[in-house]
Design a protein around this ligand. Sequence first.
Ligand SMILES: [Zn+2]
Length: 202
Amino acid sequence: MNLSPGDKARKVSGADSMQAADPGLDKVSDLASGTPAVMRIADVGIDPFVQLFRPAGLALSSVAAGQAIPGSHWGDDEAGLIGCTLYIRDDTPVHSALHEAGHWLLMDADRRANLHTDAGGTAAEEDAVCYLQILLADRIPGMGRSRMLADMDRWGYSFRLGSARRWFVGDAEDAQATLMLHADAIDSAFGTLDYSPVVPID
Ligand SMILES: [Zn+2]
C-alpha cells in the first residue's frame, strides 16, 4: 500500500482497506495550529528517548525548530531515520518517534546499514511496530500506553475495529506474535516489557 507522505492515515493495522482519517479529528485539534493535539517531544523532553534507545544503539538527534527533519519519510513534524540515528524536533509527536524507532529496532543489520528515510518493512512488521510503540509508551514518563492509543486515533492511524484501543486489546494477536519473534533483542535493550494487551482504566 503506497500513500503519499503527509497522509496521516497511512498506518493501517488489522484493516481490510484504507479508511479516511478520523472525521472527529477536528474535535481534538489545536485550534491555533489546526494540527492534532497529540503528545509531542516538547511535552515530555528528549531525555527519556535518549535513555530508552541508547542501550539498543539508536542515537537521537534533535533538530532545531523550523528546520526540516532529516530522513523524515512523512515530512512535516514526523520523526526521521538515517542509519542508526533517529531525528526528532520539539514538535515531533511522541507516537511518531516511537513508531520510527520501532521499525529500526525490528530491522536486521543489512536494512539498518542502508536505512535512509524510508523504513520499509512488511505489513506484518507495520503491525508489530504499532504494537511495540504502545508498549514503549509506558517507558516515557507522562505518556503511557493509554495516551498513546488515544493519540494514534487522533492522528488518524486506522484500524479495522475502529480504534487503536480496540485493536490492541482484541485484534492484535498477529502483531504480538510477530513482535515476540524479536523479544530477545527487545528485552535485552529495554528489560522485560509487559507484552500483555491490557490498558489501564483512565
Ligand atoms: Zn511504519
